[in-house]
Every structure is written in structure tokens, then in C-alpha cells.
Design a protein around this ligand. Sequence first.
Ligand code: PRP
Ligand code: URA
Length: 209
Amino acid sequence: MSTLHVLDHPLIHHKLSILRDKNTGVKEFREIVGEISTLMCYEATRELPTVEVEVETPVATAKVRALGDTKITLVPILRAGLGMVDPMIKLLPSARVGHIGLFRDPDTHEPIKYYCKMPDDIAQSAVFILDPMLATGGSASAAITFVKEYGCKSIALLNIIAAPEGINVIERDHPDVDIYVAAVDDSLNDHAYIVPGLGDAGDRIFGTK
Ligand code: PRP
Ligand code: URA
């Protein structure tokens, strides 16, 4: 069964209140998506393995822990997932990035794939799939299925806002994948938008509406 991690924290609540506000402009929206992504990265990487190494401080030799040679791959779902990449790379500077382009058919809400480029050795990576919105779960489930086809075993899904319907779909389709979210909202509306949500994440990040 997937483990659902809800980041219940005052900083997250405050930043979400700005993100949800329809009067928040594109500059601030992008910045807040980045700040929340940084906080989510901190939580989602908690189980990464570390190795003991020695460093010389100005005073003595210290045995310390550092990230070993675990490969890390970030997989943003285009478009909106791109808004989560740079803040995560700041914390994970050697991470590689695979891209998957999906958009929802406006009538069926089914995901349609239009682009994909993954690192060659993604199978050995800890993979973090990034998308601000988990609505019906169709896009995230398809993206996870896709990276599994490359042989990936360690996969986590990071969403800023999730609907219960989407969480159920990931738990059903991918019980081996942990889900990290900043908020679980009430429901979906007739257009499969998250309620209350924040509107169309891609449009708000890229200023396309
Ligand atoms: C949004 C969002 C997710 C998807 C979530 O993308 O960024 O990828 O919808 O919906 P789902 O859980 O019902 O699949 P959208 O399809 O609007 O594409 P865009 O990022 O290019 O705007
Ligand atoms: N995609 C979005 O950007 N927002 C939603 O509420 C649902 C899907």
C-alpha cells in the first residue's frame, strides 16, 4: 500500500494560502511553487541512503554522513511539473532530469502523451515524479507506469495539491509508490478540477491565461 505523506506544517499552510488566492500574480505564484517544492524535497528525500565519510575540519577528523552514490532522477510532468524542478535541483545538484509531456483530453480527462526523454540509466535511480496537481490521478498514474517500464524500482510522487480521487487511483495502480502532498482537497468538479484547488497550475505558472 502506498504511504501518503501530508506535509502538515505552518509554513506550508501559509504558502498554500497565497498559492490558492486567485489574485496572486504569476511571479509570486512561481516563487511560492518553488518554495513549497523545496520543503517537499526535504521531506521526500528523508529515506535516501547515506554513507559514512571522513572530512578534515580545521580542528580534527570528523566522521560524517553524506549522500552516497545513489542516482537521483527528477521527472516533471509537463508543463506544470517544470515549476518544481529548479528548487529541487538546488538541494539535489547532481540529480538528472527526465521529462514526460502529458496533457488531459478536455472531454475525457484521459492523459495524452506527447513527449518523453529519460536518462539512459534511470532504472538505477531514485525517481521523484513532480506535478503540482493530482486530480483524477490519470496523468500521474500514466507517468509512473511509464517510468516503471524503464525498470525503475524506487519511485515517489510529489504533488502540491491532491484530490482524494487521485490519491485512490495511485494507491490502486501503484501501491509501491509513496505520495508526498502539501494538501488534500475536498473533491473534483465536473471538469475534473480540484475543489477548492488553485485553478490551472500550468496556466498560472506560465501565465498562459
Ligand atoms: C494538469 C496537471 C496534471 C494534470 C492533473 O496538467 O499539471 O498534469 O492536469 O490532472 P489528472 O490528475 O486528472 O490527470 P494539464 O493536463 O492541464 O496540462 P498542462 O500542465 O500542460 O497545463
Ligand atoms: N489540473 C490543474 O492544473 N488543476 C486542477 O485542478 C486539475 C488538473
